[in-house]
Design a protein around this ligand. Structure first.
Ligand SMILES: Nc1ncnc2c1ncn2[C@@H]1O[C@H](COP(=O)(O)OP(=O)(O)OP(=O)(O)O)[C@@H](O)[C@H]1O
Length: 799
């Protein structure tokens, strides 16, 4: 695991499920018991941030200085010829090339071991009883000490070898920087050994200085890349094409230099060299076509797949989840976050590989052409690299904030445009313009900072990269003057140097993109990994929907408002074929009762039974197949009337028409020129209220439900529509078990039982006549309706 990943996320035991729940935040904010239980079920990867100033980073700094010092001392040991000799005619007593290589190996190896050590120490804090963690920590520490001791022993032996066998004359001839390299190697390994010994105490203190950062989850680059497994072969094809195109980039400058050399020396081979150069460029372009095509293709496939996966993961979440998360935010995850990831996993990877190959290949060729000039160029790399890493982190944080602000703004836009009629009727345009403007202003402010940092970084990179090029040019020109290099070779060298510089610049910008992708994937994986608290499928599927539906001591709080009990100790029964009416003041809990029967939520205490079965144990899909729901303000989908009715279940045209006839909808549908194929517009805006309701009734009836849940319309319809809707409802209720949230006196009168719900409790229960006789809340409701002279809506009158 890389250091950046370490600070992003601390991974738990690899053998276990390491999923991070989106409702982890609930716990931090004092969540409810359901959430806590869910958290116990799933091992949570806690997101923490470690401070920059910590022991492990001090160790890393020592390693960096060690590597740079040893390599520089080796490079400083002579001119190009000597350096080449020290590599290609290596003898252990006269060359320190081995020490330079070992310093680099040490840098990488100890870096990885210490990082692993810190990770394990952090995991132990969260999982003190985690199996094998202590052993892992001890092994890693032991290996660190062992390797450091090995490096130290080698450095000491090397120092002795450099000194002992050499004669006085040899010793005098040997460059003092070689001895310096051996001494530096010994001193640094000693420092590293001393620093490793207290590591157990000092690194293990991560728990004291880490900070909880709820916005960080389990995503890391490895997991993001893992998404592209299915595109492996396409990506492999792309990589092969990439190797070819990068190879041509690598050899082209050499032939470029040869052309110049041939021109200067008036060599006959000029034409042949030019043809070779042309062939290289053409070959490179063809390979580039395949590279670009295959990587883009892989990206498109991947994004299509993850969008489907993500949508599937979102759509099966329980209703409580949608109460807590805004639509705009979720759709943003589907569109923009997945696009960011698509780029990172394919195009960015291709570019990263390309530039890495470009850098490595160019450096190797440069090294062969002139090791000393290459050394001069490399001296600048650490300065650029450190700055690039710092910049990358800043950029990642800023981009994440930027995305969040943008998501907020899209939320406002979506809400406003979706409800434009309400906005218009309240003259809310100015208000929403200002509101949206403010949101965009917030994102702009972060964008401004982004622009400044990008500018500063580019300036900084420009100064150092171009400075390095000038330095190399100066050094190379001197070599040409001294006769160590030809002008053609220097030209090739400079082209390679430009290749390296360009590739470096691109890689640093890619780093920011990767970090942005990791940020986006955190949110995406949170959704993908989330286990719905209420399973969509699974459970009992009784042969028939039969038996008494009974609420037993049911109490309920909405997950989004867990401090308010909406239903309290509700008890009632609905027998098969019975029609029960729910009445009561607005906000009393009538719709909530219906929501619980639909299994949108589970009761917090008590239970709902169907016959002998607890609804919790019944397959929710089977249950909803047997229930028809007509809500107060029915929502239709933006498709044809035919498709809207068929949404209830697959049915033939004649069945659909039959359902429409029963719902009193057939006549108005056939009066449209396009009949059943008439498009209803978003949420059914192109139909009147009464028409929408009748289509919704047909949609419910097509299922031939055993239980009908009806929420009577409170919105006033004209007398004709009212009559048609009511007649449809009365027909739909015939011969079925019905629970109706009643707003009309005639419905209540015909009910076998009336339940009066007020402030979450059933305050009265009985037939209309019995309740009138009791003279309680129900009588007041009815009287108010009568005195108001209304015929439709007792709940509105009592609100
Ligand atoms: N999704 C939700 N999240 C949080 N609280 C909710 C949610 N839905 C409803 N409530 C709250 O639950 C209480 C009961 O609401 P419910 O919709 O059941 O009332 P109702 O009796 O059907 O009212 P009305 O006749 O006005 O439709 C109200 O206080 C309401 O604010």
């Amino acid at each position: 695991m890389s250091s950046s990943q370490t600070s992003d996320s601390i991974e738990i035991d690899q053998n276990h499920d390491t999923r991070y729940l989106i409702n982890n935040n609930d716990k931090v904010n004092g969540g409810n018991t359901q959430t806590d239980e869910a958290e116990v079920r799933v091992k949570i990867l806690k997101p923490f941030t470690l401070p920059f100033m910590r022991y492990n980073n001090l160790l890393r700094l020592i390693l960096l200085i060690d590597g740079i010092t040893c390599v520089t001392l080796w490079l400083a040991g002579g001119d190009s010829t000597q350096l080449r000799k020290s590599i290609f005619h290596f003898t252990i007593t006269t060359s320190v090339f081995d020490l330079a290589c070992l310093a680099l190996a040490r840098m990488i190896l100890l870096f990885l071991l210490w990082t692993r050590f810190e990770d394990t120490a952090a995991i132990i804090i969260d999982h003190p009883r985690g199996t094998g963690l202590l052993r892992r920590k001890t092994i890693v520490l032991f290996l660190s000490i062992l390797f450091t001791l090995g490096f130290m022993a080698y450095s000491m032996a090397k120092l002795i070898l450099l000194y002992l066998p050499a004669s006085k004359a040899d010793r005098a001839a040997m460059n003092s920087s070689y001895v310096g390299c051996a001494i530096a190697s010994l001193v640094f390994t000693l420092i590293e050994l001393v620093a490793t010994l207290p590591a157990n105490t000092l690194i293990s203190r991560v728990g004291q200085y880490r900070k909880f950062n709820p916005s960080k989850g389990t995503a890391n680059l490895r997991r993001v890349l893992g998404l592209a497994k299915e595109e492996f072969w396409i990506i492999l094809g792309g990589v092969l094409a990439l190797l070819v195109s990068s190879g041509t980039l690598m050899i082209a400058p050499y032939f470029f230099g040869q052309v110049i050399n041939n021109a200067i020396t008036r060599n006959e081979g000029l034409n042949t060299t030019v043809v070779i150069l042309l062939a290289i460029y053409v070959g490179g372009s063809i390979a580039s076509f395949f590279r670009s095509w295959l990587f883009t293709l892989a990206g498109e496939r991947l994004v299509a797949r993850i969008r489907k996966m993500l949508f599937n993961a979102i759509i099966v979440q329980e209703i409580g989840f949608f109460d807590k998360n805004r639509t705009g935010e979720l759709t943003n995850r589907l569109s923009s976050d997945t696009a960011v990831i698509q780029n990172a996993v394919t195009v960015n990877i291709s570019m990263l590989l390309r530039y890495i190959l470009q850098i490595i290949g160019s450096l190797i060729v440069m090294f062969i052409l002139s090791p000393s000039v290459t050394g001069v160029l490399l001296a600048v790399v650490p300065i650029i690299a450190i700055m690039a890493v710092l910049y990358g982190r800043k950029l990642r944080d800023l981009r994440k904030k930027f995305q969040d602000e943008l998501a907020n703004a899209s939320n406002v836009a979506e809400e406003t445009i979706g409800n434009i009629r309400t906005v218009r009727s309240f003259n809310g345009e100015k208000k929403t313009m200002n509101h949206y403007g403010e949101m965009i202003e917030n994102s702009y402010n972060i964008g401004r900072k982004l622009a400044l940092y990008t500018g500063l970084f580019n300036g900084y990179m420009g100064i150092f990269a171009q400075g390095a090029i000038v330095l190399v040019l100066w050094f190379g020109a001197k070599q040409v003057l001294e006769g160590h290099l030809t002008a053609g070779l220097l030209t090739s060298f400079m082209l390679y140097a430009l290749n390296v510089a360009m590739a470096f610049a691109f890689i640093t910008s890619l780093y920011g993109d990767f970090m942005q992708a990791v940020g986006a994937s955190v949110r995406m994986f949170e959704l993908m990994d989330r286990d719905p608290e209420l399973k969509l499928e699974g459970g009992l599927k009784p042969q028939k929907f039969q038996g008494v539906l009974e609420f037993k001591e049911v109490s309920f709080k909405y997950p989004a408002r867990s401090d308010t009990e909406v239903l309290k100790d509700i008890n009632f029964k609905i027998k098969p074929g019975e029609m029960v009416a729910l009445v009561g003041p607005s906000g009393g809990g009538k719709s909530t009762t219906v929501n619980l029967i639909e299994q949108f939520y589970h009761p917090n205490t008590g239970s709902i039974a169907l016959g002998d079965d607890d609804l919790r144990n019944v397959d929710a899909v089977w249950l909803r197949d047997n229930i028809g729901l007509v809500s107060q303000e029915p929502i239709l989908f933006a498709c044809s009337i035919y498709d809207n009715i068929q949404y209830g279940c697959d049915a033939t045209r004649s069945e659909i028409e039959e359902a429409a006839k029963q719902a009193n909808a057939h006549d108005f549908i056939t009066s449209f020129s396009e009949g059943y194929d008439t498009l209803v517009g978003e949420r059914g805006v192109r139909l009147s209220g009464g028409q929408k309701q009748r289509v919704a009734i047909a949609r419910a009836l097509i299922k031939n439900p055993s239980l009908l849940l009806l929420d009577e319309a409170t919105s006033a319809l004209d007398a004709e529509s009212e009559y048609l809707v009511q007649e449809a409802i009365d027909r739909a209720m015939n011969g079925r078990t019905v629970l109706v949230i009643a707003h009309r006196l005639s419905t209540v009168r015909s009910a076998s039982k009336v339940l009066v719900i007020d402030k979450g409790r059933i305050v009265e229960e009985g037939t209309h006549d019995q309740l009138i006789e009791q003279g309680g809340v129900y009588k007041k409701l009815v009287l108010r309706q009568l005195t108001a002279g209304a015929t439709t809506n007792p709940s509105e009158n009592t609100a």
